[in-house]
Design a protein around this ligand. Structure first.
Ligand code: AMP
Ligand code: MG
Length: 404
């Protein structure tokens, strides 16, 4: 059976990034940058005061109560008209341009002003380091340098840095539209009290939320009955999206009609079944169309299986679609806080709580009752990965974890 890593590489090989679009910087939050951006200016663009106070020559400040003559006042946005000579100071505000000749700013708290002598300032500190409270032109970035690489997801700070560099329009990849179709005769909507043998459709809510968390837009399609004509009609609607996620109907049961109906609709199977727990029945394929393909995941119906498969595989497909780097999940190493016997010969993704203690990452496994036990994921914020080899783990063992 296919391993997780091989399944991930098949996904990466199958999915093509969406075509690049141009959007105004104000609409780019959550999108992924598709082209490298270089700085058009130095940052800061001039030598700048970091404090309100007095621009001085540091060599002048030697000894107690040095008295300097104030030659000018410069507020932010103004250009100093006079360069500073020995024995002089310029009153300056945070963010204003430093006059030539000055190499430090004495904070306003460290001076004394006498209203009777409005052109004098007394420096209360005995010395000041050259460059103190000054940020030189180009310290954080030089014109022509790379500000950001392609593949970065844009948050507030990225958008601010790009705005500083004069980027009004950004090249990004569009937000994928992802359809969600739950299948199963046993499913009822949340507002309905389930009858005998019925359960509520929690997967639609969960998957729509995971889609939103991944920065995509979810198209919930309700429930398809375990019946070919109805399922076929709903699949046809879902295939209009960039990606279609089905839940349920992919195992070996009598009414597991999803794989055959997908193939009937022209969706080419890439793989079915993975050597993992939970999530073994996962199905993945692609509908190749002239204009744009639709990628299809048949997720197992069990909620924890669906959730894990989304985090590992659907997320990787989304990152690939949007060009986000890195494409694959990035495990970190954590210290198990208790012993654990891993009996399964499938690679296992175990719900866990992780936290940092004395600078190192710790992991505690949940009391997990298997792939339908949604409740144990509520307290979890990660999954611990156990390889496909049964083994005993002592307390303190280092294990890979993936944040949820
Ligand atoms: P299946 O993969 O269709 O055999 O379903 C496996 C298990 O997951 C069954 O116990 C289903 O009742 C449950 N299940 C399937 N779909 C959903 C759903 N949308 N929400 C919650 N549980 C589900
Ligand atoms: Mg079913």
């Amino acid at each position: 059976m296919l391993s997780v890593i091989d399944a991930l590489s098949q996904i990466v090989a199958t999915v093509c990034p969406l075509p690049v679009i141009d959007v105004p910087v104000a609409s780019a939050l959550g999108r992924v940058l598709a082209a490298e951006v270089t700085a058009d200016l130095d940052s800061p663009p001039f030598d700048k005061a970091l404090m309100d106070g007095f621009a001085v020559r540091s060599e002048d400040i030697r000894g107690e109560r040095i008295d300097l003559r104030i030659i000018e006042e410069v507020t932010a946005g103004r250009v100093p008209q006079r360069s500073l000579s020995s024995g002089q100071a310029t009153r300056i505000m945070t963010g204003a341009m430093i006059p030539t000749g000055a190499d430090a700013v004495v904070r306003i708290e460290d001076v004394e002003l006498d209203p009777a002598q409005p052109d004098r300032v007394i420096i209360k500190v005995p010395s000041i380091r050259p460059e103190q409270n000054v940020l030189r032109r180009g310290t954080s970035m030089r014109a022509g340098q790379r500000v950001m690489s392609a593949g970065r997801k844009l948050r507030a700070q990225e958008l601010a840095a790009l705005t500083e560099m004069g980027q009004t329009q950004l090249q990004v990849r569009p937000q994928p539209r992802i359809a969600v179709l739950a299948t199963g005769d046993e499913l009822v909507p949340v507002e309905q009290v389930p009858g005998p043998g019925q359960i509520r459709n929690s997967n639609e809510t969960m998957l729509a939320a995971q889609i939103a968390q991944a920065g995509c837009s979810a198209m919930p399609l309700g429930v398809a009955r375990d019946e070919r004509v109805h399922l076929r009609e709903r699949i046809a609607v879902g295939l209009e999206a960039d990606m279609l996620l089905l839940s349920g109907g992919v195992s070996a049961g009598k009414l597991d009609l999803v794989p055959s109906e997908l193939e009937q609709a022209g969706v080419e199977q890439v793989f079915h079944k993975i050597n993992m727990k939970p999530g073994k029945p996962l199905w993945f394929g692609v509908l190749r169309r002239a204009d744009r393909p639709c990628y299809v995941f048949g997720l197992p119906g069990n909620p924890v299986s669906s959730m894990v498969c989304f985090e590992l595989f659907v997320r990787a497909a989304i990152r690939r679609l949007t060009g986000e780097q890195p494409e694959l999940p990035q495990p970190q190493m954590a210290r198990l806080t208790h012993a654990h016997l891993h009996k399964d010969d499938r690679e296992t993704y175990f719900p866990a709580a992780i936290w940092t203690e004395n600078g190192s990452l710790c992991a505690r496994l949940m009391n997990w009752h298997g792939s339908s036990d949604l409740q144990s994921t509520v307290e979890a914020n990660a999954m611990v990965v156990f390889p496909s080899l049964p083994a005993e783990y002592a307390a303190g063992a280092m294990v890979p974890v993936i944040e949820w």
